[in-house]
Design a protein around this ligand. Structure first.
Ligand code: ADP
Ligand code: MG
Length: 238
């Protein structure tokens, strides 16, 4: 149902080819991590699944449908960005409800969904606060909540923990795992942090310069890196 299939994807900015004929099959319900150094095209790939940048070639299927040209709101995905980008003048409740209001959902349904998301992300007691009255970790929980309220089959997360300190990162990693277990949805998670990839992923996609170097379970890419580049990036002893 919420499988994502990318076929022969090409993305060019000006003359620069950022994604090079990339094929990727994301299974329904898996926690897939896109891992690679800064500038290798992770965000560009994630944005193209969300419909936030045009593609130069290839196809993106979500579920069984070709969504290559579909509007972002029609794709059945939720997205969490690196910087939280919450609305500073709105309460936590209003921030969570906003995407659903925009989608024109009935009020009762909005309330029910905000309540479910707030419970899952431990935000119940914070619903009336403004973003300025929250800690960094709480803000990032709201940002994640804003994607979760869509109750989409696919959740896209772009380095959601990179602005947090190490202790909070560890805590939120654990929460993200619990969230995934509860939602059972498909997660596509971008990071340049090897530890994060190892602890979260069911499978890791190691990227380099717009192409896939290796796909495998954390153990596979760590113990049997296919290229020297994977070995040096993943940090295995090979
Ligand atoms: P990552 O997320 O892996 O750090 P990005 O996907 O952000 O990498 O960027 C990959 C490459 O594409 C970089 O060289 C970046 O400069 C370029 N790029 C990304 N977005 C744009 C854009 N809108 N216009 C031009 N170049 C872009
Ligand atoms: Mg990026």
């Amino acid at each position: 149902m919420s499988r994502v299939c990318i076929q022969g994807l090409n993305i060019r900015f000006g003359g620069h080819e950022v994604i090079r004929h990339l094929d990727l099959d994301v299974q329904s319900g898996e926690f897939l991590v896109l891992l690679g150094p800064s500038g290798c095209g992770k965000s560009t790939l994630l944005h193209s699944i969300a419909g936030l940048n045009p593609i130069s070639g290839g196809r993106i299927l979500i579920g069984e449908q070709d969504m290559s040209q579909a509007e972002p709101s029609a794709r059945g995905v939720g997205m969490v960005f690196q910087s939280y980008a919450l609305y500073p003048h709105m309460s936590v409740h209003a921030n969570l409800a906003f995407p659903l209001k925009m989608a024109g959902l009935p009020k009762a349904e909005i309330e029910a969904r905000v309540k479910r998301a707030a419970a899952m992300l431990q935000l119940d007691a914070l619903l009336q606060r403004r973003p300025a009255q929250l800690s960094g970790g709480q803000r990032q929980r709201v940002a994640i909540g804003r994607a979760v309220v869509r109750e989409a089959g696919v959740l896209l997360l772009d380095e959601p923990l990179s602005n947090l300190d190490a202790k909070l990162r560890t805590e939120l990693r654990r929460e993200l795992k619990q969230l995934h277990a509860r939602l059972g949805n498909t997660m596509i998670y971008v990071t340049h942090d090897q530890v994060e990839a190892m602890t979260l992923a069911t499978r890791i996609v190691v990227m380099h310069e717009g192409a896939i170097q290796q796909i495998g379970t954390p153990a596979e890419v760590y113990e049997r890196p296919r290229t020297l580049r994977v070995a040096s990036f993943v940090g295995s002893p090979t």
